[in-house]
Design a protein around this ligand. Structure first.
Ligand code: GDP
Length: 598
């Protein structure tokens, strides 16, 4: 590629400005490059095209070319001195040496269930009646998690109930919960969000304890709850299963001690351990900006010991821990495994579910954050598509195709399930991790991210929020109107026979310089081809003020008087488009082709 050419790119707006320094990741796609320099991907594609590089939005850009593109937009690209592979990265480490230092740690518990079944009341009841010994004087502080003591043992509760928060954390890679308490109101029974919670917890592989709540109410019906739980494959001990069910009243406190004892029991089976001697690491539970104190974050330590003064990197933020407060409002100097503390000192607000790790000094913390930023800039998102699932099954990395099924009405769920049952065999298993009626929601998308699943909808569609979340996270959402088509697609996916996915290629674009009336109510555009080529087989998209106003096929393509197959950049010609006459001078006509994604 000619450096001169790129340098000559029209860019007068930035010429006089001092250039801003940026760093480029070692691998960068067109999309992430566009994001880094804050321009539309199509503009980057056009710049590349001018220099003879036909790339699509997801293609990788050669580092030298990426540098030239950045320079063309007025950015100075900083030389990469450090090898990013040598920098410590933001992942939780479980190294071999841990084994000899492992010590028992308290369980971390999340409470889930249908709305109004008593999750918040239960969390308050547990908190208020089980204050840690000796700390009764502390002012109760809601920091997103708290610890209580029961029969000499500590239990940590996450204070944000519900499966959305639970799965959102998991979608960011954080498995925080050791035991899930499923609250079901005895007067209401198993409801849609109970089923959702069950499936989210099962997908995470976390043990469940059911708290059958509101037993103080006259219309409480425990037997009905137990039966309905069994219908959703939550088999309690009385029914021959292994799930503990504890009748409670979150309001009166009845049964709550029993619930805590059982949480302790279940977590003992899990033999929860952590190494308190290594550098601290853990998860962000929540973070916010406090009007007076600045960024405050609640962290849950998972290993090591967090101390005042230590330096941590969390997500893309970092800082020295200046103050720590526990869930009872007490200032503390250290926090070990499973202890939640609110900390001050980070230079920003990390997201819930992000990992934090201790760094040996500020330079290392900065490097960790820089590495993380580069990693994020070069990755689109986790991305789960039917094709990828197939290749994971092929390579032995995965044994099943995990699906989330949403249907218009409850009655269609079984029809879809039964049809899918018919196409699996020993090699290729279909695992429906969640099936429900209704629109596809953001919570479904999060579950898909967390569980590497694909979403299929039958006679339903994604909500706007779910649609944008699925695009952002690159989650395959496939909707069908006919069961046969759904089953056929999944069956092909299992055999690796899916039709290829097509991607859009911008072949070239031209500016309309004049409009000619050639009779018969037909107008053609006299154009100048700015970049690439305009060919007859491409789809023409007429854009005005950067908005597509018409798409259609070529009716005529001329260079002077000759009919031609294509017009190259730098040349003039005439374009007629089927079904379109409304050209204006200044319109831009883009030529697009479809190409199979390799
Ligand atoms: P959440 O939406 O699951 O967090 O439910 P809440 O904790 O907000 O409770 C919903 C309603 O049920 C509130 O009016 C509570 O007072 C009530 N409630 C919760 N637990 C009990 C209980 O054990 N017995 C009775 N009678 N009411 C309860």
């Amino acid at each position: 590629m000619s450096t001169e050419k790129i340098k000559n790119m029209e860019n007068s707006a930035t010429e006089d400005m001092p250039s801003q320094q940026i760093e480029l990741p070692s691998a960068v796609s067109v999309k992430s490059l566009a994001a880094i320099i804050n321009v539309e991907p199509v503009d980057v594609i056009k710049q590349l095209m001018r220099n003879g590089h036909m790339l699509t939005i997801n293609d990788a850009v050669d580092p030298d070319i990426a540098t030239l593109i950045c320079q063309a937009y007025g950015f100075a690209v900083k030389e990469q001195v450090d090898d990013p592979s040598e920098a410590k990265s933001l992942v939780l480490e479980h190294d071999e040496s841990d084994l000899e230092h492992l010590e028992a740690r308290p369980p971390v518990v999340t409470i889930l269930g249908h709305v109004d079944h008593g999750k918040t009341t239960l969390l308050d009841q547990i908190r208020n009646s089980n204050v840690v010994t000796g700390e009764a004087g502390g002012i109760t502080q809601h920091i997103g998690a708290y610890q209580v003591e029961t029969e000499g043992n500590l239990i940590t509760f996450l204070d944000t109930p519900g499966h959305e928060a639970f799965t959102a954390m998991r979608a960011r890679g954080a498995q925080v919960t050791d035991v899930a308490v499923l609250v079901v109101a005895a007067d209401d029974g198993v409801m849609p969000q109970t089923v959702e919670a069950i499936n989210h917890v099962k997908a995470a592989g976390v043990p469940i304890i059911t708290a059958i709540n509101k037993v103080d109410k006259a219309d409480a019906d425990l037997e009905r709850v137990k039966r309905e739980l069994a219908e959703h494959d939550v088999l309690i001990e009385e029914w021959g299963g292994d799930v503990i069910a504890v009748p409670v009243s979150a309001l009166t406190g009845e049964g709550v001690t029993d619930l805590l004892t059982n949480i302790q029991l279940v977590s003992e089976i899990g033999e929860l351990k952590a190494n308190p001697t290594k550098p601290a690491q853990g998860i962000i539970v929540e973070a916010r900006v406090d009007k007076n104190k600045g960024p405050t974050s609640t962290v849950l330590v998972q290993a090591g010991e967090l101390t005042i003064g230590c330096i941590i990197a969390a997500g893309v933020t970092k800082g020295r821990v200046k103050a720590m407060v526990d869930s009872h409002g007490n200032s503390v100097d250290t926090a070990g495994p499973s202890v939640p503390v609110e900390i001050l000192g980070l230079n920003g607000i990390p997201e819930a579910g992000e990992v934090f790790i201790e760094a040996s000094n500020d330079k290392e913390a900065r490097e960790i954050v820089e590495t993380e930023l580069k990693k994020r800039a070069s990755q689109g998102g986790p991305g789960v598509t039917l094709e990828e699932i197939y290749s994971r099954i092929e390579s032995g990395e995965s044994k099943s195709l995990d699906l989330i099924v949403k249907t218009d009405v409850q009655g269609s769920i079984d029809a879809v399930k039964n049809s899918l049952d018919g196409i699996q065999d020993d090699q290729s298993k279909i695992n429906i991790i969640h099936a429900a009626s209704g629109r596809i929601t953001e919570s479904d998308v999060l579950l898909a991210v967390a569980s590497k699943a694909v979403i299929v909808g039958f006679n339903t569609d994604p909500s706007p929020g779910a649609l944008s979340a699925s695009k952002q996270e690159h989650i395959d959402v496939r909707t069908y109107k006919v069961i046969y088509d759904l089953v056929d697609d999944i069956s092909k996916a299992l055999k690796g026979l899916l039709d290829p996915v097509m991607e859009d290629i911008l072949q070239g674009y031209a500016t309309v310089r004049a409009v000619f009336n050639i009779g018969n109510n037909t107008r053609i555009a006299g154009v100048y081809v700015n970049e690439g080529i305009i060919s007859r087989r491409a789809e023409m998209r007429v854009t005005r003020n950067s908005k597509v106003i018409f798409s259609g096929t070529v009716a005529s393509l001329k260079h002077f008087k000759d009919d031609v197959r294509e017009i190259n950049s730098g040349l003039e010609g005439g374009i007629g488009i089927d079904g379109f006459n409304d050209f204006n001078e200044g319109d831009v006509i883009e030529a697009h082709l479809e190409r199979e994604v390799e």
